[in-house]
Ligand binder design. Structure first.
Ligand code: ADP
Length: 656
């Protein structure tokens, strides 16, 4: 017998029995600590404040029976003591949860077996506690696994489910436990079909139900069947992908199955999406109206579309695993190699040539992208090829036509110039009286002839200038020029013409003006052109003012541009015409007196300024006047020599 110091609550209303109990403990020197309660009420009070290892209770008590104690105490083992006649009742109580019972006898003989009974009860309690814990642990695991689990008995009735099943099917325990599989999991067949769940071969729940049946009959587990039943979840019919395993087991001595249900919807959907995306890209790839080729890391062709086959006139035999190189004329391949993009996602396009199967060389535009894996290693490339042969031919033709036009204009102009010079000279000889006297009438007509020859000459010069500028054949002779001197010279050239037109030509120069780099003769052409326009379009007694000043980003900063402005008090330019005056041959339509001109002047002016890297602004108000302002950038390292060196360096850099 173990000498354990148990704490015992004795519930006994019979004083004699109480005494006998105590005496027995004392005599036997049992190491028990005894607390005695004479009634259920008393026992309740004691139990609420003290802990006991065991309760020994008389069955019939003054204020109730031991059943009340059984209701009250769940965790302490109870031994009942009964009078001999109460034995039947005691058995009932024992079944209700009492651990053991002792039938009292008048000689108190029953007390002799008390210690042994106590030991046994305590032992049993310990074993039960341990079992209970084990079961609780198992149940906790059952609930915690992310896979849906449920058990079902031989009648296909669900006996237990875990959390995952609840969440998967959006149901509460009461809606599942105790129900047939089909009804519980919301099989649509179970709901809509009078034959119930199991009647359809396509439904997973039916399949599941069948599997459960098979497993129960054959005792062989079924693993990982994948299907997509239509389930009724939240009153909605939904297709859900599930993976199911069914394993036979015994629960409480009867045949059961444990069913594991895995929701594989996400994986299945992802698979499907990937398949769709692949399908989509394959369709785009195959049906696109440009040729696409794919090469592996060894630059061998691995994939291409129909359009590529058509463009190259090649088929599978000619393309599969053939080097990319074989598609290009050798010198073009060198260019492509140098050009190849090395960065992921970067795309480059270049114009090159391809050789078709029948040996034709075609002009193409190739957009190259490199493909890299997650380790940034090149795994291949994609080329998108567009046939630009027709465009190239058209461009070539246009170039030829332009060249021809340009040649034609300069030839004609030059051919006109020589006879015109001869005409002018002849007129002047006659006018000067070298070949005989000329009377006033003859002089007047000859002067008209000379003026028109001059106009024709100016027109031819304009046309030639414009042609040169347009063909990019005009070069600038950049020199450092003194701004004041330059403006004064332009003023001197134009002051006579202004005077003839009865227009005052004023000049305003800022004090700080120094040097600037520009082509003096071209800029003279620009300013005289603007001045002659201003003078032409300004009525008598008007005024034209030519200014030169620096433009600065900040009031006290270094000048960034030199500005030349020409303002007049003339007839102005209507707003809607302002945007067009720099177009070639554009002339503002005006009522009344026609002022001579070709419509080329401002177009030439604009081109010369652009060639200098500058710009021109115009502001005008009809009947008030117009201001043209030319801005030329100031080069910091003033000399043009330095400029050209810098340009060379830049060009070299770009080539490198
Ligand atoms: P044009 O040979 O006719 O002068 P331009 O190209 O020099 O050709 O000028 C185009 C048009 O711009 C002119 O026909 C004229 O109507 C208008 N224009 C140019 N400068 C002035 C100005 N200072 N005042 C009014 N109109 C002007």
């Amino acid at each position: 017998m173990e000498n354990t110091n148990y704490k015992i609550l004795l519930i006994e209303d019979d004083k004699i029995d109480q005494m006998a109990f105590k005496r027995f403990i004392l005599n036997e020197q049992l190491p028990y600590e005894i607390v005695v309660s004479g009634s259920i009420t008393e026992a309740q009070a004691v139990l609420s404040s003290e802990k006991f290892d065991i309760i020994i209770s008389d069955f019939s008590l003054g204020d109730g029976t031991a059943l009340d104690i059984l209701d009250l105490v769940k965790d302490i083992p109870i031994i009942l003591t009964t009078g001999a006649r109460d034995e039947e009742v005691a058995v009932k109580a024992w079944k209700a949860g009492a651990y053991d019972y002792l039938a009292k006898d008048d000689n108190m003989e029953y007390l002799k077996i008390l210690p042994k009974t106590i030991e046994n009860v305590i032992k049993r309690k310990k074993i039960e506690d341990a079992l209970d814990r084990k079961q609780k642990n198992l149940l906790a695991i059952f609930d915690a696994v992310p896979v849906g689990l449920f058990s079902a008995d031989e009648n296909l009735i669900i006996t237990r489910v875990n959390e995952a099943i609840k969440n998967m099917f959006h149901k509460e325990y009461v809606q599942i436990i105790g129900k047939k599989i089909g009804d519980a999991l919301g099989c649509t067949n179970a709901i809509s079909n009078e034959n119930g769940c199991g009647s359809s071969s396509e439904c997973t729940v039916c399949l599941l139900r069948k599997s459960v049946k098979d497993v129960l009959e054959n005792n062989n587990p079924i693993h990982n069947i994948e299907t997509c039943p239509t389930l009724c979840i939240d009153n909605e019919q939904r297709k859900v992908w599930l993976r199911v395993s069914v394993v036979p087991t015994m629960i409480d001595n009867s045949k059961h199955v444990i069913v594991a249900v895995d929701d594989i919807n996400e994986r299945k959907n992802a698979e499907q999406e990937r398949r769709l995306a692949e399908e989509k890209y394959r369709t785009i790839f195959q049906n696109s109206a440009v040729a696409i080729t794919m090469a592996d890391e060894q630059e061998r062709i691995v994939s291409w579309n129909k359009f590529a086959e058509n463009l190259l006139g090649m088929d599978y035999e000619d393309l599969y695993l053939k080097p990319l190189k074989s598609l290009y004329p050798s010198e073009e391949w060198e260019r492509i190699r140098n050009f190849r993009v090395r960065e992921k996602g970067m795309q480059h396009s270049l114009e090159t040539k391809l050789t078709t199967k029948d040996g034709r060389v075609i002009d193409v535009n190739v957009s190259l992208s490199v493909l890299k894996n997650e380790n940034e290693e090149t795994i291949g490339s994609i080329g998108v090829i567009t046939d630009i042969t027709e465009r190239k031919q058209a461009e070539e033709k246009l170039k030829e036509t332009m060249e021809l036009k340009s040649q034609f204009i300069s030839t004609v102009s030059h051919e006109l110039r020589t006879p015109m010079a001869a005409m002018k000279e002849a007129i002047e000889i006659v006018l000067d009286g070298i070949v005989g006297d000329v009377n006033e009438k003859q002089k007047k007509f000859l002067t008209i002839a000379k003026r028109n020859v001059d106009r024709l000459g100016a027109l031819i010069n304009d046309v030639l200038d414009f042609q040169k500028l347009e063909a990019g054949k005009m070069n600038l002779d950049l020199q450092q020029n003194d701004i004041r001197q330059f403006i004064s010279e332009v003023h001197e050239t134009m002051v006579l013409f202004a005077g003839k037109n009865k227009v005052e030509l004023a000049m305003e120069l800022d004090d700080d003006l120094q040097q600037a780099d520009f082509d003096k003769s071209k800029m003279t052409q620009v300013l005289t052109n603007l001045l002659s326009n201003s003078i032409k379009f300004t009525p008598a007694d008007g005024k034209v003012t030519m200014k030169a000043f620096y433009r600065r980003e900040h009031a006290d900063g270094n000048p960034v541009e030199i500005a030349f402005s020409i303002s007049d008090t003339g007839m102005g330019i209507p707003k809607e015409a302002l945007a067009k005056i720099f177009d070639r041959f554009y002339r503002v339509k005006r009522e009344g007196k026609q002022i001579q001109g070709t419509g080329l002047g401002l177009a030439i002016v604009n081109k010369i300024i652009i060639l200098h890297g500058g710009r021109i602004d115009v502001e005008s108000e009809v009947e008030k006047g117009t201001t043209f302002t030319v801005y030329l950038p100031l080069m910091k390292e003033a000399s043009s020599e330095k400029l050209s060196i810098k340009t060379d360096e830049r060009v070299e850099k770009i080539i490198a």
